[in-house]
Ligand binder design. Structure first.
Ligand SMILES: C[S@@+](CC[C@H](N)C(=O)[O-])C[C@H]1O[C@@H](n2cnc3c(N)ncnc32)[C@H](O)[C@@H]1O
Length: 221
């Protein structure tokens, strides 16, 4: 896989088989901070004033959304239990080549990199506030007794991987969410809104990351 520079100066990976990048070409770091941190984590934290938050990410990839989450905890009294689902894990070497260390503190980066491989084996403390487990599994094979407060849904776009956005896949994700939990993703389509409404979610169209007018935030009733 080849790295491509995005417009905010952060890199993304291009997946030749799928024909798509892992992040927005308008800015990988910018997209992650907007869609998942601002519209997801920060929204949830202020809405519920809850200081222990369980996050489920679909499509862990490079871990960019995880390290932005880690950076968010530096200034907050908060504990995060993070589970990333990834069907096709990247090597540590590839993750180290992302250059994402330029966008977070040295401590955050070292904590992530030194625990990346262990996190595939078990729940791993990244620091005093954050635990990470990366489950090497396909979404539809994923199972867990845990229930989550926030879902970061970061699958490849529906034109490239429609099965990830099917009613069946979304219903599978919804099963692992607590009542009141928040689902965020970078996209919004008529089908996605209909599916999420049918699953009992309250839908919000919120401003998207640069390059996208709107994105979806959905709250499980
Ligand atoms: C848009 S990229 C996510 C980027 C990632 N969040 C990051 O920050 O690097 C989509 C991710 O979903 C993974 N993926 C694709 N199909 C999957 C499946 N069926 N189950 C689990 N993960 C899958 C890909 O390998 C890729 O890492």
């Amino acid at each position: 896989m080849e790295f491509i520079m995005t417009r905010d100066g952060s890199k993304t990976l291009f997946n030749e088989q799928i024909g798509e990048c892992y992040h927005s070409k308008h800015g990988a770091v910018q997209e992650s901070k907007h869609v998942f941190i601002k519209m997801g984590l920060d929204h949830f934290f202020h809405q519920y004033d809850q200081d222990e938050i369980a996050i489920l990410e679909i499509g862990f990839g490079t871990g960019l959304n995880f390290i932005q989450t880690l950076a968010y905890t530096n200034d907050q009294k908060i504990q995060i239990d993070y589970l990333g689902i990834e069907g096709f894990p990247l090597s540590l070497e590839t993750v180290q080549k992302t250059g994402y260390d330029d966008f977070i503190s040295r401590d955050n980066w070292n904590d992530y990199i030194s625990n990346y491989q262990q996190a595939f084996k078990e729940d791993t403390s990244i620091n005093a506030k954050v635990k990470l487990h990366i489950d090497h599994t396909l979404l539809m094979d994923f199972d867990s007794d845990k229930r989550f407060d926030i879902v970061y849904f970061d699958a490849f776009a529906t034109i490239h991987q429609p099965e990830m956005w099917s009613d069946e896949a979304l219903a599978h994700v919804a099963k692992f969410m607590k009542s009141g939990a928040v689902f965020v993703t970078y996209a919004i389509t008529g089908n996605l809104k209909r599916s999420m409404k049918a699953l009992g979610f309250q839908i919000e169209k919120v401003p998207g990351a640069p390059g996208k007018r709107e994105m979806l935030r959905a709250t499980k009733i």
